[in-house]
Design a protein around this ligand. Structure first.
Ligand SMILES: Nc1nc2c(ncn2[C@@H]2O[C@H](COP(=O)(O)OP(=O)(O)OP(=O)(O)O)[C@@H](O)[C@H]2O)c(=O)[nH]1
Ligand SMILES: [Mg+2]
Length: 374
């Protein structure tokens, strides 16, 4: 049991930015607390030590300095004491999204998908070695496995993950933590390969995974694997594309790749495509060019009105990348209609190459403009 708990804690530590270590202030320091403190110190992650069950204002937590994790924070979860201070301390250690994207020049690729879709086979084929275990028993890969390598002078990191199952079957399962890791890998990645068993086509379950990747704002490739198993004629790709287009309406920017991890067919194209969509996700549009595009869109199709008032758009700027996020300043953001927002998004997409990456359009009150220019 201890081993099992330890494995879960290690997973949580690995995917966390900040760790809140909760100890029992009533019981004093326990031997296990020392073991956990050692593990946390080795992780190098920021730790906030929360000494719980100190319900009485005269109680102290000095004893817990002994754990070597810095200042102990007094907490009474039951009586809502000390939670604000602990959150403030935790927030101090959180990275800004921007810093995260620019920390290295490595293209990080998470390989996700249903169990047995061929993720590990694909990773092996790309790496040209047999580093991860392949088998036809669904659920072979338990951990996320990082493989760094160089391709055409570019640094890549491939993250193989465990197959993602339907939630219901997972919740009470030990595999819950490998699914957490897969989600952690998605968060860490610049590009996500969503590996789909082409023979089954894109299923409900795949759709949930793709939806997750989209929501996280990540660039992706839809990797239709096991292409060798498909009987093909001249219309096969077209038919598959059409099916994907219908199912992936919410992400019309998707990029399909038809490959075979078994024969290696078109596997070599994946990295170049990954590089291309990663660059799209990093694309910065200058303010003047963006405003030309947005003002043209406004001129072609007047913004909506509500209760006799018309939405006026004054100025647009790109606030961030990964995903490219555009802020449009308006007289009153509540006048925006989702269909018009979608129109602007499509218009921006048509003007620039953002294939493979989500983009976001946000409407703000024009009085907030200085926040984005300062
Ligand atoms: N025909 C064919 N079989 C494949 C292909 N890719 C993988 N397979 C087979 O599919 C099975 C599962 O492959 P894995 O690579 O272990 O799949 P996985 O997605 O990593 O599975 P989990 O780690 O369990 O989630 C193995 O029997 C592979 O040989 C392919 O392109 N064509
Ligand atoms: Mg695997």
């Amino acid at each position: 049991m201890w081993q099992h708990i330890r494995a879960q804690a290690e997973t949580a530590i690995e995917i966390a930015d900040v760790i809140i270590f909760v100890v029992d202030g009533k019981g004093g320091i326990l031997p296990d607390d020392h073991a956990i403190a050692d593990m946390l110190r080795m992780s190098g992650k920021p730790v906030v030590l929360a000494v719980n069950k100190l319900d009485n204002p005269f109680e102290t937590a000095y004893e817990f300095y002994e754990l070597g994790l810095g200042d102990p924070y007094i907490l009474s979860a039951e009586h809502n004491i000390g939670i604000g201070d602990i959150l403030d301390e935790a927030c101090k250690h959180m990275r800004k999204a921007e810093e995260e994207g620019s920390e290295t020049d490595v293209i990080k690729i998470a390989v996700v998908g249903k169990p047995n879709a061929g993720k590990s086979s694909l990773v092996n084929k790309i790496l040209g070695t047999k580093r991860t275990i392949v088998s036809d028993v669904a659920g072979t890969t338990r951990d996320a496995i990082d493989s760094p390598f160089v391709h055409n002078g570019e640094n890549y990191l491939l993250i193989d993950t465990a197959g993602i199952r339907r939630k219901r079957s997972v919740e009470e399962d030990v595999e819950y933590y490998s699914v957490l890791r897969a989600f952690g890998a998605i968060k860490r990645a610049d590009v996500v390969f969503v590996v789909v068993d082409a023979e089954e086509g894109l299923t409900e379950q795949d759709l949930k995974i793709v939806g997750k990747v989209h929501e996280e704002g990540k660039a992706s490739l839809i990797v239709m694997n096991k292409w060798d198993k498909i009987e093909k004629d001249t219309h096969t790709v077209e038919k598959f594309n059409k099916d994907l287009k219908e199912k992936l309406k919410f992400m019309d920017y998707f990029v399909p790749m038809y490959v075979s991890a078994l024969t290696g067919k078109r596997v070599d194209k994946l990295l170049d495509e990954a590089k291309r969509v990663a660059a799209n996700a990093m694309r910065r549009i200058t303010t003047s060019v963006l405003n030309d595009v947005v003002m043209d869109l406004v001129a072609m199709n007047e913004p909506p009105t509500k209760n006799g008032r018309r939405l006026k758009l004054f100025f647009a700027t790109q606030a961030s990348v990964c995903p490219p996020t555009f802020v449009v300043f308006a007289n009153d953001p509540t006048l925006m209609h989702f269909s018009y927002q979608r129109y602007l998004e499509n218009g921006i997409r048509n003007a620039f190459d953002f294939s493979g990456t989500p983009i976001r359009v946000i409407v703000r009150d024009k009085t907030e403009e200085s926040e984005y220019n300062g």
